[in-house]
Structure formats: C-alpha cells, structure tokens
Ligand binder design. Sequence first.
Ligand SMILES: Nc1ncnc2c1ncn2[C@@H]1O[C@H](COP(=O)(O)OP(=O)(O)OP(=O)(O)O)[C@@H](O)[C@H]1O
Length: 271
Amino acid sequence: MGEPVPGAVELSDVGVRVVGRTLLAGVDWRVEYGEHWVVLGPNGAGKTTLLSLAAAVRHPTEGAVTVLGQRLGRVDLRELRRHIGLVAASQRLVDEELLEEEQATAHTVVLTGHTGTSVPLWDKYGPAEHERAHLLLADLGCKDLADRLFRVCSQGERARIRVARALMADPVILLLDEPFAGLDLPAREDLITAVENLAETRPALTTITVTHHLEEVPATTTHALLVRDARIQASGPVAEILTGENLSECFGRPLRVDHVDGRWSARALRV
Ligand SMILES: Nc1ncnc2c1ncn2[C@@H]1O[C@H](COP(=O)(O)OP(=O)(O)OP(=O)(O)O)[C@@H](O)[C@H]1O
C-alpha cells in the first residue's frame, strides 16, 4: 500500500491554546485540491484562527497541520506561503497606506502581489507581469480601474483589487477572510460573482472563505464547515451541512435556511 495522498489542507486532532484560553480543540479537517469551502460560525468561534493555520501563519499547539503536503513546524513557512493567497478584507493590506501615499494605481497594487511586497519593486516586473495584472483586474471585473488611484477606489473596488493582488502570485490555495465585510449589496454581489467566476475558470484553485452570512456563500461552494466554541460542529458537502437544523445549533437560535438558484439565505424562525 502506498502513502495516502495529502489533501490541500489537512488538520488532525488540532488544538490552539493561548494562556488561559482554548481557541481551537480537537479539529479534524481535510480540504481536497479544487474544493471550495465556506467556514461559518458565531463571533469568536475560532474561524480566523482556523484560517491562520491553513494560511501557514500560525502553528497549532497540538496535533498536525499539513498544507500543500508540507507539515507545519517542519518546513520554511515563508516558502509555503508563496503558494497561498490570503485576503482579509477587514484588515488593510500591509502598508496599504504606503501605496496610497505613493499614488499607486489599482494596477500597481496588483503588481505588488507578484513580489509579495508592500511597495512596487519595478525591476521585478516585466511585460508578462504587467499584462497578467491587467488580465487579473479583468477577471475580477475591474478592467477599467487599472489606472485609477487605489486610494480613491471604493470599498467594493478595493475588495476585488485585493483578490486580484492575491492571485498575482498564482497561488494554489486562496483564503478569503470575511471578504464581503462592509460592502453594500451591489459590491457584495459583484465580488460573489467574481469569486464564482474564479472557481469556474480556475478548476485547480482551492478556496476557503470565512463569512458570517449565508447570503454571502458563493453558488460554486462545494463544502461547508461550521465552527462553534472552538470546535467543529459539522463539516462536509455544502447541501448536507447548510441545513436549518445545523445552522440553528451552530448559532444558538431557531433558524430557517433557504436555498434558491444556488444561493443561500437564513432568517430567525418566528415562534
Ligand atoms: N492571542 C489571543 N489571545 C487570547 N485570545 C485570543 C487570541 N486570539 C484570538 N483570541 C480569542 O479566540 C477566540 C477565537 O478568535 P477568532 O478570531 O478565531 O474567532 P472568529 O470566529 O474568527 O470570530 P469573528 O467572527 O468575531 O471574527 C476569540 O474569542 C478571540 O477573542
């Protein structure tokens, strides 16, 4: 018998503890290449902690985390992170302010994703990189923003530019931590459409999206994971997991879940 084939992300009996507090406990989770996961759960449940393990930015206190076949703790995390795109919309890009001061355009911001730097390293970008940044902006539905100053772009435009930037390094895994936070309805829908298009045009890409709202779950989502009180409450194929019963238990109140045209919604049950 050969060695089992590693998944894109594998957590085995993982715990994360800080002094006096358990952030995650007993987590088993396996994400296969090409799957699209959504992670849901109440505030403080441990979603971002879980994503930070998959992003290879923190180590578990116990158990094993393997990302792209590399066991955390045994590999150079910086090298591993080159293959992982991370977008946290609620946080500003590292030194985004610097890019604003430098009068960076949307195109320049995307280019910096190639070098993983907070300022452009112009001698590292040839015609191929310039063209790729344009194509990625087009993929994200912001072709016309290329020459616009990033600092004047709207929240929704910035959200899509950040995803284009994360894709510039051609990551194997794309992690989106609350990418829809703070967006108005049209901006949210534009970003959801862009994420759905990515899933269709890049079948090999693996994505994990953390969100608070069922309405934000892209129709291309294949799997869902529910986190509650530092533990996995349910995980598996999206249609099996996003049920009224599971969501009610996860969020601690009776909820009705609807699934229409591939999109999800939830509301409190009136008694
Ligand atoms: N370094 C730390 N020290 C102490 N507590 C921490 C630390 N990091 C996170 N926590 C706590 O651990 C819990 C889980 O945090 P995490 O950010 O993973 O939750 P979350 O599910 O992403 O929450 P939210 O939906 O509010 O963003 C929270 O209660 C948080 O306050």
